[in-house]
Design a protein around this ligand. Structure first.
Ligand SMILES: [Zn+2]
Length: 68
């Protein structure tokens, strides 16, 4: 049981860090509402561009705005 907790304690920061780097490397992801590749002009989530900022990137943008 203790080994599982230790494993999680090691894995969680690694996963979080890799996700942050992933978001920084490609902040724009494909819109999930109008399917990958397909552009929907009436899509509200991406304004018809077919691309959406990732959740991590949105949080980063909000945090940066908040600190100003
Ligand atoms: Zn969309």
């Amino acid at each position: 049981m203790a080994s599982i907790i230790t494993l999680l304690a090691i894995c969680l920061p690694t996963i979080t860090l890799s996700y942050i780097f992933f978001c920084l490397a490609s902040p724009w992801g494909t819109c999930t509402r109008c399917r990958p590749g397909g552009r929907n002009r009436t899509c509200r989530a991406c304004d018809g561009t077919g691309k959406r900022p990732r959740l991590g990137w949105q949080l980063y943008a909000n945090a940066r705005r908040f600190h100003r």
